[in-house]
Design a protein around this ligand. Structure first.
Ligand code: SF4
Length: 444
């Protein structure tokens, strides 16, 4: 949390000695608050004042890094309860659990399924973020851990309660910087020791928030630097409540035992409920959700929910305003136009692709607004469409002069025909999903 100039000034010597190169202590404090100078530029500040200022300006929620240099996942350092206040800084990750009851062949198949669960949506790549391997109960925790960690392209979470088995698993893969999951009231001393010695992040849990506070504090006292608060989903309402209380305590009260990101291990009666619970937990502050499902229909809804919640609401999602080629269009291919709002563009592009009619899509800059919003907000006009198409030299790409316009903007037709080379303006469908049938039936 940023300190004000006045808060910094109170800790300075107030001698105005100018040794920092600034005329007064107040001016120096203002420059530090504006991040133009470092506190250490004052040679006379006491160690005590320096450390208390550093502590006061530290983020209320710590950053936690899981994974090795080539595959790291960061969570934490969030600053707000609601994304409209600023934004959520780090999106939730999805972990898929490989139970200890799986055979080696089943475990290998699951790691492969995790690696191939990759989807494209509105220009972003969505994927599973962690492989969670359960080490309790397996004959050899080291062999199982190595089997999974060696094949996993994403960071690993070690799941177990037995300190001896966890230590053996950690020793086998600590260079991959796994998350140790999880310490509870019974094993926190041993688990904190393992995490501290290997300098690894540790998930802590408790049967309620009071116990969680005690376990977290014990891990902190033992010297563990990176913690994650772990919750279950026996009752989803209670889970959401606990996630909210912990976050509020961290951000609003700077309560240190809860000053860490959270995670939720989902338990549900059916795969459908697991997907719903995971999406709900991710939407309400869980930095990681642990699930068991690996089917695309189970994973994709959670990924979409995370993508939607963790998109910065103050930055319009846009694509470049240019002439996009779908397939391999030629001089006879259709030309369509749409706006530069990502969701609009990718909906149109996806349906054009589905039509299998190679096409050009001319994207008009509407400052990230969809078709109707852009029209209502005066961000698009027939004149602007013509200007964009002229600028992109579309007439050099096709020999015809037919332009397909969105069905929501039929009013543009006459003006475009009257003021441009595009003498045949065709009113396209209102909904993107109607594009394949429209192109197939209307473009000869
Ligand atoms: S060096 Fe320190 S004490 Fe001297 S003017 Fe700068 S801030 Fe003040």
């Amino acid at each position: 949390m940023a300190l004000t100039g006045m808060q910094i000034y109170k800790s300075l010597p107030k001698t105005n000695c100018k040794d920092c190169g600034v005329p007064t202590c107040m001016a120096f404090a203002m420059q530090v608050a504006a991040k133009q100078r470092a506190l250490t530029d004052c040679p006379h500040i006491s160690d005590e004042a320096s450390s208390s200022l550093a502590e006061a300006s530290a983020p209320p929620m710590k950053l936690v890094k899981i994974g090795s240099v080539d595959s790291t996942f960061e969570l934490g350092q969030e600053t707000v309860m609601f994304r409209h206040e600023e934004k959520f800084h780090r999106k939730s990750g999805i972990a898929v659990l490989i139970p200890s009851t799986d055979t080696d062949a089943e475990a290998t198949a699951k790691v492969n399924a995790i690696g191939s669960a990759v989807f494209e949506r509105v220009g972003a790549t969505l994927k599973v973020d962690f492989t969670a391997v359960e080490i309790d109960g397996t004959a050899d925790p080291v062999a199982r851990t190595k089997l999974v960690a060696d094949r996993s392209a994403v960071p690993v979470i070690l799941v177990g309660k037995d300190a001896g088995r966890m230590k053996a698993a950690v020793d086998a893969v600590k260079d991959k910087r796994p998350l140790i999951y999880k310490a509870d009231a019974a094993n926190v001393d041993a688990f904190a020791g393992i995490a501290k010695d290997a300098d690894l992040p540790l998930a802590v849990s408790g049967k309620d928030l009071d116990e969680l506070e005690q376990v977290s504090q014990k891990a902190l006292d033992a010297g563990v630097q990176e913690l994650i608060l772990a919750f279950g989903t026996e009752h989803l309402g209670d889970t959401i409540r606990s996630l909210t209380i912990a976050r509020r305590a961290a951000l609003r009260q700077r309560f240190k035992p809860f000053g860490f990101p959270s995670m939720v291990e989902v338990s549900a009666d059916s795969p459908e409920m697991e997907t719903i619970f995971a999406a709900c937990a991710a939407a309400k502050y869980a930095g990681i959700v642990v699930i068991r499902g690996t089917e695309p229909w189970e994973l994709l809804p959670i990924m979409v929910a995370i993508q939607d919640v963790y998109t910065d609401p103050q930055v319009p999602n846009t694509v470049e305003s240019k002439l996009w080629e779908i397939g391999s269009p030629n001089e006879d291919s259709p030309v369509l136009f749409t706006t530069n709002f990502s969701l609009t563009y990718f909906s149109v592009a996806g349906e054009v692709e589905r039509s299998k009619v190679p096409s050009y899509i001319c994207v008009v800059d509407t400052e990230g607004l969809g078709v109707l919003n852009a029209y209502a907000g005066d961000k698009i006009s027939a004149e602007k469409v013509v200007k964009t198409i002229d600028g992109l030299k579309v007439t050099e790409k096709v020999k015809h002069r037919k332009l397909i316009i969105p069905g929501l903007l039929p009013i543009f037709r006459a003006e475009i025909e009257d003021t441009s080379e595009w003498k045949e303006v065709i009113i396209g469908p209102e909904n993107a999903r109607e594009i394949p049938a429209f192109l197939t039936n209307n473009w000869k």
